[in-house]
Design a protein around this ligand. Structure first.
Ligand code: ATR
Length: 273
Protein backbone atom coordinates (compact mmCIF):
# COMPACT_ATOMS: atom_id res chain seq x y z
CA UNK A 1 0.00 0.00 0.00
CA UNK A 2 1.32 3.45 -0.92
CA UNK A 3 1.14 5.86 2.02
CA UNK A 4 2.29 9.41 2.76
CA UNK A 5 5.53 8.00 4.11
CA UNK A 6 6.34 5.67 1.20
CA UNK A 7 9.84 6.09 -0.23
CA UNK A 8 10.04 6.03 -4.01
CA UNK A 9 12.70 4.35 -6.13
CA UNK A 10 12.51 4.67 -9.90
CA UNK A 11 14.05 3.46 -13.13
CA UNK A 12 14.89 5.86 -15.96
CA UNK A 13 14.97 4.30 -19.42
CA UNK A 14 13.86 4.95 -23.01
CA UNK A 15 12.01 2.77 -23.75
CA UNK A 16 11.31 1.41 -20.28
CA UNK A 17 8.19 -0.69 -20.85
CA UNK A 18 10.09 -4.00 -21.07
CA UNK A 19 11.80 -3.64 -17.67
CA UNK A 20 11.54 -6.48 -15.15
CA UNK A 21 13.09 -4.42 -12.33
CA UNK A 22 9.82 -2.97 -10.85
CA UNK A 23 8.37 -6.46 -10.39
CA UNK A 24 11.61 -7.77 -8.87
CA UNK A 25 12.12 -4.91 -6.39
CA UNK A 26 8.47 -4.45 -5.42
CA UNK A 27 8.27 -8.17 -4.60
CA UNK A 28 11.31 -7.77 -2.35
CA UNK A 29 9.91 -4.64 -0.63
CA UNK A 30 6.56 -6.38 -0.05
CA UNK A 31 8.24 -9.53 1.29
CA UNK A 32 10.23 -7.52 3.84
CA UNK A 33 7.31 -5.15 4.63
CA UNK A 34 9.50 -2.16 3.67
CA UNK A 35 7.70 1.14 3.01
CA UNK A 36 9.19 1.54 -0.48
CA UNK A 37 7.75 1.48 -3.99
CA UNK A 38 9.63 1.08 -7.31
CA UNK A 39 8.21 2.76 -10.41
CA UNK A 40 9.23 3.04 -14.10
CA UNK A 41 9.87 6.44 -15.69
CA UNK A 42 10.02 6.78 -19.46
CA UNK A 43 12.67 9.50 -19.85
CA UNK A 44 13.54 10.86 -23.30
CA UNK A 45 17.27 11.46 -23.84
CA UNK A 46 16.72 15.23 -24.13
CA UNK A 47 14.92 15.25 -20.76
CA UNK A 48 17.54 13.34 -18.79
CA UNK A 49 18.99 16.38 -17.00
CA UNK A 50 15.53 17.55 -15.88
CA UNK A 51 14.69 14.02 -14.77
CA UNK A 52 17.88 13.85 -12.66
CA UNK A 53 17.02 17.24 -11.10
CA UNK A 54 13.61 15.70 -10.42
CA UNK A 55 15.22 13.05 -8.19
CA UNK A 56 16.27 15.88 -5.87
CA UNK A 57 13.12 17.98 -6.31
CA UNK A 58 10.75 15.10 -5.65
CA UNK A 59 12.92 13.48 -3.00
CA UNK A 60 13.16 10.06 -4.70
CA UNK A 61 15.36 7.74 -2.63
CA UNK A 62 17.17 6.51 -5.70
CA UNK A 63 16.86 5.24 -9.24
CA UNK A 64 18.18 2.65 -11.62
CA UNK A 65 19.45 4.00 -14.91
CA UNK A 66 19.06 1.86 -18.00
CA UNK A 67 19.55 2.07 -21.76
CA UNK A 68 20.26 4.60 -23.27
CA UNK A 69 21.13 6.80 -20.27
CA UNK A 70 23.88 4.91 -18.39
CA UNK A 71 26.75 7.01 -19.76
CA UNK A 72 24.88 10.27 -20.37
CA UNK A 73 23.77 10.51 -16.73
CA UNK A 74 27.31 10.69 -15.30
CA UNK A 75 27.88 14.48 -15.70
CA UNK A 76 24.56 15.26 -13.98
CA UNK A 77 25.46 13.48 -10.72
CA UNK A 78 27.25 14.95 -7.69
CA UNK A 79 29.51 11.96 -7.00
CA UNK A 80 30.44 8.77 -8.83
CA UNK A 81 31.75 5.63 -7.07
CA UNK A 82 35.09 4.22 -8.23
CA UNK A 83 33.73 1.23 -10.18
CA UNK A 84 31.21 3.39 -12.06
CA UNK A 85 33.90 5.93 -12.78
CA UNK A 86 36.22 3.26 -14.27
CA UNK A 87 33.38 1.83 -16.34
CA UNK A 88 32.21 5.31 -17.37
CA UNK A 89 28.58 4.35 -16.78
CA UNK A 90 26.08 4.36 -13.92
CA UNK A 91 23.15 1.98 -13.41
CA UNK A 92 22.24 2.90 -9.82
CA UNK A 93 21.83 6.32 -8.17
CA UNK A 94 21.35 6.94 -4.45
CA UNK A 95 19.94 10.21 -3.18
CA UNK A 96 21.77 11.01 0.05
CA UNK A 97 20.03 14.14 1.39
CA UNK A 98 20.04 15.78 -2.03
CA UNK A 99 23.52 14.56 -2.99
CA UNK A 100 23.22 12.14 -5.91
CA UNK A 101 25.83 9.39 -5.97
CA UNK A 102 26.20 7.07 -8.98
CA UNK A 103 27.21 3.41 -8.76
CA UNK A 104 27.54 0.59 -11.24
CA UNK A 105 26.34 -2.84 -10.07
CA UNK A 106 26.34 -4.51 -13.51
CA UNK A 107 29.89 -5.85 -13.21
CA UNK A 108 29.43 -7.29 -9.74
CA UNK A 109 26.05 -8.63 -10.88
CA UNK A 110 27.72 -10.52 -13.70
CA UNK A 111 30.47 -11.92 -11.45
CA UNK A 112 27.93 -13.16 -8.92
CA UNK A 113 25.94 -14.85 -11.70
CA UNK A 114 29.12 -16.81 -12.51
CA UNK A 115 29.89 -17.61 -8.88
CA UNK A 116 26.43 -18.97 -8.17
CA UNK A 117 27.01 -21.48 -10.99
CA UNK A 118 30.32 -22.47 -9.45
CA UNK A 119 32.38 -20.68 -12.13
CA UNK A 120 35.51 -18.88 -10.95
CA UNK A 121 36.93 -16.33 -13.39
CA UNK A 122 40.20 -16.10 -11.46
CA UNK A 123 43.14 -17.05 -13.66
CA UNK A 124 40.92 -17.97 -16.60
CA UNK A 125 41.27 -16.97 -20.25
CA UNK A 126 38.18 -15.06 -21.30
CA UNK A 127 36.72 -13.86 -24.61
CA UNK A 128 34.26 -10.95 -24.56
CA UNK A 129 32.10 -10.48 -27.69
CA UNK A 130 31.00 -6.85 -28.06
CA UNK A 131 32.29 -3.52 -26.81
CA UNK A 132 29.19 -1.55 -25.81
CA UNK A 133 28.03 -0.43 -22.37
CA UNK A 134 27.40 -3.97 -21.12
CA UNK A 135 30.83 -5.12 -22.32
CA UNK A 136 32.50 -2.25 -20.44
CA UNK A 137 30.92 -3.27 -17.12
CA UNK A 138 31.63 -6.98 -17.64
CA UNK A 139 35.13 -6.27 -18.98
CA UNK A 140 36.17 -4.27 -15.92
CA UNK A 141 34.89 -6.91 -13.52
CA UNK A 142 36.41 -9.79 -15.51
CA UNK A 143 39.79 -8.09 -15.99
CA UNK A 144 40.23 -7.77 -12.24
CA UNK A 145 40.11 -11.59 -12.02
CA UNK A 146 40.94 -13.18 -15.34
CA UNK A 147 44.45 -14.13 -16.35
CA UNK A 148 43.83 -12.91 -19.88
CA UNK A 149 40.92 -11.17 -21.50
CA UNK A 150 40.29 -10.95 -25.27
CA UNK A 151 37.94 -8.35 -26.77
CA UNK A 152 36.17 -8.97 -30.08
CA UNK A 153 33.87 -6.39 -31.65
CA UNK A 154 32.27 -6.12 -35.10
CA UNK A 155 33.47 -2.51 -35.34
CA UNK A 156 37.20 -2.66 -34.66
CA UNK A 157 37.62 0.98 -33.50
CA UNK A 158 35.02 0.54 -30.78
CA UNK A 159 36.64 -2.73 -29.74
CA UNK A 160 40.00 -0.96 -29.56
CA UNK A 161 38.53 1.79 -27.36
CA UNK A 162 37.39 -0.82 -24.82
CA UNK A 163 40.74 -2.64 -25.07
CA UNK A 164 42.61 0.62 -24.32
CA UNK A 165 40.29 1.46 -21.45
CA UNK A 166 40.85 -1.94 -19.83
CA UNK A 167 44.59 -1.76 -20.48
CA UNK A 168 44.75 1.56 -18.59
CA UNK A 169 43.18 -0.02 -15.52
CA UNK A 170 45.83 -2.76 -15.51
CA UNK A 171 43.99 -5.55 -17.33
CA UNK A 172 45.91 -8.28 -19.17
CA UNK A 173 43.87 -7.58 -22.27
CA UNK A 174 44.19 -8.29 -25.99
CA UNK A 175 42.22 -7.68 -29.16
CA UNK A 176 40.61 -10.62 -30.98
CA UNK A 177 39.71 -10.53 -34.69
CA UNK A 178 37.36 -12.44 -36.99
CA UNK A 179 39.98 -15.09 -37.74
CA UNK A 180 40.59 -15.76 -34.04
CA UNK A 181 36.92 -16.23 -33.11
CA UNK A 182 36.62 -18.68 -36.01
CA UNK A 183 39.72 -20.64 -35.02
CA UNK A 184 39.29 -23.85 -33.04
CA UNK A 185 42.82 -23.65 -31.67
CA UNK A 186 42.31 -20.17 -30.22
CA UNK A 187 38.89 -21.03 -28.83
CA UNK A 188 39.98 -24.29 -27.24
CA UNK A 189 42.53 -22.31 -25.22
CA UNK A 190 39.71 -20.07 -23.95
CA UNK A 191 37.77 -20.92 -20.79
CA UNK A 192 34.91 -18.40 -20.69
CA UNK A 193 33.10 -16.85 -23.69
CA UNK A 194 30.70 -13.98 -23.01
CA UNK A 195 28.28 -12.54 -25.58
CA UNK A 196 27.46 -8.96 -24.57
CA UNK A 197 25.99 -8.00 -27.97
CA UNK A 198 22.29 -7.83 -28.72
CA UNK A 199 22.71 -10.67 -31.24
CA UNK A 200 20.37 -13.43 -30.12
CA UNK A 201 17.40 -11.22 -29.29
CA UNK A 202 15.93 -12.33 -32.63
CA UNK A 203 15.58 -16.10 -33.18
CA UNK A 204 17.20 -15.85 -36.62
CA UNK A 205 20.43 -14.23 -35.33
CA UNK A 206 23.43 -16.44 -36.08
CA UNK A 207 25.88 -16.50 -33.14
CA UNK A 208 29.28 -14.83 -33.56
CA UNK A 209 31.05 -18.03 -32.49
CA UNK A 210 30.14 -21.22 -34.31
CA UNK A 211 28.99 -24.00 -31.97
CA UNK A 212 31.09 -26.60 -33.82
CA UNK A 213 34.15 -24.85 -32.32
CA UNK A 214 32.95 -25.22 -28.72
CA UNK A 215 33.62 -28.08 -26.31
CA UNK A 216 32.56 -29.29 -22.87
CA UNK A 217 35.37 -27.30 -21.25
CA UNK A 218 33.81 -23.96 -22.19
CA UNK A 219 31.65 -21.76 -20.01
CA UNK A 220 29.39 -19.79 -22.38
CA UNK A 221 27.49 -16.71 -21.15
CA UNK A 222 24.96 -14.55 -22.94
CA UNK A 223 23.73 -11.33 -21.36
CA UNK A 224 20.43 -11.60 -23.25
CA UNK A 225 17.75 -12.66 -20.70
CA UNK A 226 16.48 -15.67 -22.61
CA UNK A 227 18.03 -18.89 -23.87
CA UNK A 228 19.50 -17.65 -27.14
CA UNK A 229 20.46 -19.83 -30.09
CA UNK A 230 24.09 -19.34 -28.96
CA UNK A 231 23.30 -20.79 -25.51
CA UNK A 232 21.14 -23.60 -26.90
CA UNK A 233 23.92 -24.65 -29.30
CA UNK A 234 26.58 -24.33 -26.59
CA UNK A 235 24.49 -26.52 -24.29
CA UNK A 236 24.32 -29.19 -27.01
CA UNK A 237 28.13 -29.00 -27.29
CA UNK A 238 28.28 -29.82 -23.55
CA UNK A 239 29.26 -26.33 -22.33
CA UNK A 240 28.16 -24.81 -19.03
CA UNK A 241 25.73 -22.06 -20.14
CA UNK A 242 24.68 -18.94 -18.24
CA UNK A 243 22.01 -16.49 -19.45
CA UNK A 244 21.54 -12.82 -18.50
CA UNK A 245 18.84 -13.35 -15.87
CA UNK A 246 21.41 -14.07 -13.17
CA UNK A 247 23.20 -10.79 -13.89
CA UNK A 248 19.87 -8.94 -13.81
CA UNK A 249 19.07 -10.51 -10.45
CA UNK A 250 22.44 -9.85 -8.84
CA UNK A 251 22.82 -6.27 -10.12
CA UNK A 252 19.39 -5.69 -8.55
CA UNK A 253 20.47 -7.28 -5.27
CA UNK A 254 23.49 -4.96 -5.09
CA UNK A 255 21.36 -1.89 -5.98
CA UNK A 256 18.78 -2.82 -3.32
CA UNK A 257 21.55 -2.95 -0.72
CA UNK A 258 22.85 0.48 -1.82
CA UNK A 259 19.40 2.11 -1.50
CA UNK A 260 18.18 0.45 1.71
CA UNK A 261 21.27 -0.87 3.51
CA UNK A 262 19.30 -4.13 3.87
CA UNK A 263 20.00 -7.55 2.34
CA UNK A 264 17.09 -8.39 0.03
CA UNK A 265 15.26 -11.74 -0.20
CA UNK A 266 17.17 -13.13 -3.16
CA UNK A 267 14.94 -16.13 -3.83
CA UNK A 268 11.81 -13.92 -3.87
CA UNK A 269 13.49 -11.68 -6.46
CA UNK A 270 14.65 -14.67 -8.52
CA UNK A 271 11.20 -16.26 -8.50
CA UNK A 272 9.61 -12.96 -9.58
CA UNK A 273 12.01 -12.66 -12.52
P1 ATR B 1 24.77 -2.32 -24.62
O1 ATR B 1 24.71 -1.12 -23.72
O2 ATR B 1 23.61 -3.26 -24.45
O3 ATR B 1 26.08 -3.03 -24.56
P2 ATR B 1 25.50 -0.93 -27.05
O4 ATR B 1 26.35 -0.02 -26.26
O5 ATR B 1 24.59 -0.36 -28.09
O6 ATR B 1 24.53 -1.78 -26.12
O7 ATR B 1 26.43 -2.04 -27.72
C1 ATR B 1 25.94 -3.03 -28.56
C2 ATR B 1 27.06 -4.02 -28.91
O8 ATR B 1 26.49 -5.10 -29.67
C3 ATR B 1 28.17 -3.42 -29.74
O9 ATR B 1 29.38 -4.06 -29.40
C4 ATR B 1 27.74 -3.80 -31.17
O10 ATR B 1 28.78 -3.86 -32.10
P3 ATR B 1 29.23 -2.56 -32.95
O11 ATR B 1 30.10 -1.74 -32.02
O12 ATR B 1 29.96 -3.10 -34.09
O13 ATR B 1 27.95 -1.84 -33.32
C5 ATR B 1 27.19 -5.19 -30.93
N1 ATR B 1 26.26 -5.63 -31.96
C6 ATR B 1 24.98 -5.22 -32.12
N2 ATR B 1 24.44 -5.83 -33.19
C7 ATR B 1 25.40 -6.65 -33.70
C8 ATR B 1 25.46 -7.54 -34.82
N3 ATR B 1 24.42 -7.73 -35.61
N4 ATR B 1 26.62 -8.22 -35.03
C9 ATR B 1 27.69 -8.03 -34.24
N5 ATR B 1 27.70 -7.19 -33.17
C10 ATR B 1 26.58 -6.52 -32.91
Amino acid sequence: MIKGTTKIIGIFGWPVEHTKSPAMHNAAFAHLGLDYCYVPFSVRPEDLRSAVDGIRALGLSGVNITVPHKEAVVPFLDEVAEDASCIGAVNTVKNENGILKGHNTDGIGFMRSLEERGVQAKGKKTLILGAGGAARAVGHAICKEAAECYIYNRTTEKGRALYERLLKTGGNVHMADNAMIGDKGFLSGTDIIINTTSLGLAEADAPLVDASLLNAGHVVCDLVYKKTRFLAEAEKAGCVTIDGLGMLLWQGVAAFEIWTGIKPPIEVMRKTL
